[in-house]
Design a protein around this ligand. Sequence first.
Ligand code: SF4
Length: 193
Amino acid sequence: MMENYLPLAYLNAWEYCPRRFYLEYELGEMQDNEHIILGRHIHSNINEEKVVQEGNKTIYQQQWVWSERLGVSGIIDAVEAENGLLIPVEYKKGKMARHLNDHFQLCAAAICLEERTGYSIAFGEIFYHANRRRQRVEFTPQLREMTESAIHSAKITATGKIPRPIDNSKKCQACSLIGICLPYEVKHLTTLG
Ligand code: SF4
């Protein structure tokens, strides 16, 4: 049953670029670039499922969660439990910024965790490795709605035709799939056609 669930990590790709999501999810393409290699290195320090105690705080690392209602599943880097609160935490290689795709992934993970535990989760945190900052993300009704809408759209994208390249050369230059996607060539050919 769970094989049709959308992996949480792909939700991040979908928000970055629907074409990237399609390539990764549907075609299984995955090219290493320095961003992905660095990301793996960061996660290599926290990739074991284990429980760590820090004072009053219990940290559950690498927790598998899923939502039957939304049809998504994946691993949360850590869930911190303290004073009756559960806080999902994700580790990212980049700097703190307005990364909506990171927020969607964390919010979706929190919705899964709520479904699994029965707890209400008001916020989560993202640790940005590049500047060693933690950002609190409030799970507002608006973010929850946007996250659920992104999940819905990603599932529709997964069953359709490959989306066109996006018009964002900054994102394309940083994208590990640029050599497979060929965004400029595809756009040029479309213009000629
Ligand atoms: S190169 Fe650009 S259009 Fe192609 S998948 Fe990456 S971000 Fe999307």
